[in-house]
Design a protein around this ligand. Structure first.
Ligand code: CA
Length: 416
């Protein structure tokens, strides 16, 4: 999990929250607690107002008119719920198989087929214009908002102003707030209609404001780019425009399930290892149905659930979907859902369902212990990125375990 995900918020928990209510706030606050929370919010709202006074000067220098700022910023209050979610998000983790169960459920496939049928003409026109297959656009729509059902009703300006003032990632959110004001100044929508998820992602396919400015399009030709209302036309075209902008190759796969030959070297299973398809083929890698590997350029082998889970060959389109959200689970869910919408088969291999996801404390503990034992994770941040995976592999190899890099509870328990 990384910090910067250009379109949707940086956490695959966000997409998971849309798919299933895993990210719910505590429902009960004691009486004293409620009073304290109210007092804190009042103080923070005063702080937010002071911060906004300074921000207005910077926004004016960036060309935002007083009229737009008056309309959008006056009377904003501090949104404690947004800050709480921002601080808690890394707690919410799922295993990839739990995530895929929800993200590619039968219901989501059926609803996707219905959405494709209903919007077939416009999706085909979008595919023809931008060169992005309709099933990929539909899959992103399905994961981001359950095909428009959960677009979010949090006021975007209030969220972004709160997060910019709150300061944990102030520069990023101030940039997004400025981008949101530019959208309002363009006349595409109004502040009350500009709603979305808690971290500023908006509309059917959850665009962040800066991505909107760079990639959103007016596909229905009414003169406004509109990703917020019921009609998904502009939002779907904007998503295709975004993927095309990052180099989507029409007709190439995102990836596919594969089988690895006996004795396969697990050092080769990394997004960092790219080889021509012919090399993988020569090493004995095959499609899961036994067929030859299709050639869509250089490819990598990925084992997102470790050696006991499904293996995938991933192509350059995988990296294009990553521009939406870098979590492997998210990218595989988009690709797999699109394949299912085309009538393709489900993932054939089992997952190690006896394993559970590590909690944040356990992930921090894992990184601390690995580093202490001489397997440097290059930081202790709770994120299971390439450096941590490499450290897990090195520890596994030194301990005579299968070096698949999967950060399981077993690894944590074996570490001194
Ligand atoms: Ca339009």
């Amino acid at each position: 999990m990384q910090f910067f995900h250009p379109v949707i918020a940086w956490c695959f928990g966000t997409a998971a929250a849309l798919a299933a209510p895993v990210d719910q706030p505590a429902r009960f606050i004691g009486k004293t607690g409620a009073v304290m929370v109210q007092e804190t919010v009042a103080a923070d709202t005063q702080g937010l107002q002071r911060w906004l006074a300074g921000f207005r000067t910077r926004a004016a220098a960036a060309g935002i008119s007083d009229a737009v700022m008056d309309q959008a910023l006056r009377g904003l209050s501090y949104d404690a719920d947004v800050v709480r979610r921002d601080r808690n998000q890394s707690e919410f983790t799922k295993t990839i198989w739990d995530y895929l169960d929800t993200a590619t459920s039968d219901a989501r496939v059926e609803n996707g087929k219905a959405a494709l049928a209903k919007h077939r003409r416009v999706l085909q026109a979008i595919e023809d214009r931008y060169g992005v297959e309709k099933e990929i656009v539909a899959a992103i729509w399905g994961l981001e908002s359950a095909y428009g059902t959960f677009r979010g009703s949090v006021p975007t300006i209030q969220s972004l102003a709160t997060l910019a003032y709150d300061g944990r990632r102030a520069a990023f959110f101030e940039g997004e707030l400025l981008a949101a004001l530019k959208i309002l100044q363009s006349g595409d929508t109004t502040a009350p209609r500009m709603q979305g998820s808690w971290a500023g992602a908006m509309g059917h396919t959850q665009f962040m404001p800066s991505s909107y400015l760079a990639y959103a399009v007016d596909f229905d030709g009414d003169g406004k780019r509109n990703i917020w209302e019921d009609d998904p036309t502009d939002a779907l075209a904007s998503t295709a425009s975004y993927l095309a902008g990052f180099g989507w190759t029409k007709g190439a796969l995102w990836g596919m399930e594969i089988t690895l030959p006996q004795g396969f070297d697990y050092d080769q299973t990394s997004e960092r290892v790219k080889k021509p398809v012919a090399d993988w083929q020569a090493m004995g890698v095959r499609r899961v149905d036994g067929g030859d590997l299709p050639d869509h350029g250089t490819a990598s082998v990925l084992l997102p659930g470790g050696a006991r889970g499904a293996a995938f060959l991933i192509y350059s389109n995988f990296q294009v979907i990553e521009r939406y959200n870098t979590a492997d689970a998210y990218v595989i869910a988009v690709g797999h859902l699109a394949d299912l919408l085309k009538g393709g088969p489900r993932i054939a291999s089992d997952w190690p369902r006896d394993l559970r996801a590590l909690t944040l404390d356990e992930r921090l503990d894992l990184q601390t212990r690995l580093t202490r034992a001489g397997f440097d994770t290059k930081g202790v941040d709770g994120k299971m990125g390439p450096n941590t995976i490499a450290a897990v592999k090195a520890f596994q190899r030194a301990s005579g375990l299968v070096p698949d890099g999967y950060p399981s509870l077993e690894i944590l328990q074996k570490l001194p």
